[in-house]
Design a binder for this molecule. Structure first.
Ligand code: SAH
Ligand code: SF4
Length: 400
């Protein structure tokens, strides 16, 4: 079974490859990433009688997403002959771990290989009361934010839904998080309690695949992570923002980073297409925004660029009326980066101004810095082909 390729809707500034969303690997169709309906249809196409298909799809779904099973032969509530039939037509394939690094602070960074030999990075961040998995939506990114390592990677392609949810499944394998035989759900605390789409790529430029994958993550008969514990971060793809609420229902974070168009144009070039006023208009009418479901404004702290008292005051003025919290991210450096992290005292002063204006203003603790796993440091090691420092500096509108 093949599906039509999903084009990337972004203004394409780098090489972009697309592959079918649900590409069969070898001759067998991969079931991972299909929606419930898609799974049912695939079973019918492979000879499952229509009358049984819904029930069979439900059973197989639970094996794959609730128990983490990859072998049809072990699906004991299905007839042996049917298991053999499934094995001939289908596979349960997830990305392959190429390497794993564990930081001194416990953060784990995985390099995962997907079809075509491309690689994406996935980061697991354990905290006292929760664990967050940071997943990727694209190989590289078509956008070129000047402070982001991923934005310097030239090769880009959209991930399939299977490759997106596959990252969660592989991390669960590594953390030994699937229920053990005889173990009920909820017996052990969840290691992956939260998912953030903050790895490589712009999730709203790969909307359908991200949506299908997150629906699987939220499904109560599967991985079962609440929609409120999943956050999609966008650089500001205005026409797609509302769909995050209406079609996925997860939480929204917006990479704001600048309080004037002049500065934001340089940091987040998509601002030239949809500027601050247009972005804020979209957020003001965002379907799900409420005091219990605030929009997160991410703000990277860059020394001497966007970190003045005036910026902080302008920021709170701009977002007035939007149920919001502001997440300050100390800049994470990478080789050749044209910026420096703001001093700690400056970040605290900035946070204080925002806090006094009535907004929560947590400062994100950099995690996994020793293994380059922090926000914005991700970039496949095998795709090192990078823009030169001069190119990055020129694009950032800075003097070399
Ligand atoms: N493309 C999406 C999601 C991935 S980036 C987006 O841009 O929102 C996740 C977050 O990390 C974004 O807020 C991004 O601006 C931030 N980020 C990127 N590079 C960074 C860096 N070097 N230091 C700190 N934060 C960075
Ligand atoms: Fe892409 Fe986000 Fe990095 Fe910008 S910050 S280049 S949108 S991954």
């Amino acid at each position: 079974m093949t599906a039509a390729p999903t084009p990337i809707a972004a203004p394409i500034t780098q090489d972009v490859l697309t592959i079918p969303r649900k590409a069969p690997v070898g001759d067998r169709v991969n079931l991972v990433g299909l929606t419930r309906d898609g799974l049912r249809e695939a079973l019918i196409a492979a000879g499952t009688p229509e009358k049984q298909a819904k029930m069979r799809a439900g059973q197989i779904w639970q094996w794959i997403y609730q128990k983490g099973e990859r072998d049809f032969g072990a699906m004991t509530n299905l007839a042996k002959s049917y298991r053999a039939q499934l094995d001939e037509a289908f596979e349960i394939a997830v990305p392959e771990v190429v390497s794993k690094q564990v930081s001194l602070d416990g953060t784990r960074k995985y390099l995962m290989r997907i079809a075509g030999g491309h690689e994406v990075e996935v980061v697991y961040i354990p905290e006292e009361d929760r664990g967050t998995l940071c997943i990727s939506s694209q190989v590289g990114c078509t956008l070129t934010c000047s402070f982001c390592h991923t934005g310097t990677q030239k090769l880009v392609r959209n991930l399939t839904a299977g490759e997106i949810i596959g990252q969660v499944m592989v991390a669960r394998d590594d953390l030994d998080e699937w229920p053990r035989p005889g173990e009920g759900s909820g017996e052990r605390p969840r290691l992956i309690s939260n998912i953030v789409l903050m790895g490589m790529g712009e999730p709203l430029y790969n909307f359908e695949n991200v949506r299908d994958a997150m629906k699987i993550a939220m499904d109560g008969e599967g991985i079962a992570i609440s929609r409120r514990r999943i956050t999609l971060s966008t650089s500001g793809v205005v026409p797609e923002i509302a769909r995050c609420a209406t079609e996925i229902g997860c939480m929204l974070a917006v990479s704001f980073h600048g309080t004037t168009d002049e500065v934001r144009d340089r940091l987040v070039p998509i601002n030239k297409k949809w500027n601050i006023a247009t972005l804020l208009d979209a957020l003001r009418v965002y379907p799900k925004a409420s005091n219990s479901e605030r929009i997160t404004f991410e703000y990277v702290m860059l020394k001497g660029v966007n970190d003045s008292d005036e910026d902080a005051r302008r920021l709170v003025k701009l977002i007035a009326g939007i149920p919001a919290k502001i997440n300050l991210i100390p800049f994470n450096e990478w080789p050749g980066a044209p910026y420096e992290r703001s001093d700690w005292a400056r970040i605290e002063r900035f946070a204080d101004i925002i806090y006094k204006a009535g907004y929560a203003s947590p400062i994100r603790t950099p995690r996994g810095e020793d293994i380059m796993a922090a926000c914005g440091q991700l970039k496949s090691a095998t795709e090192r082909e990078r823009k030169s420092r001069a190119e990055i500096t020129a694009e950032a509108g800075l003097r070399g």
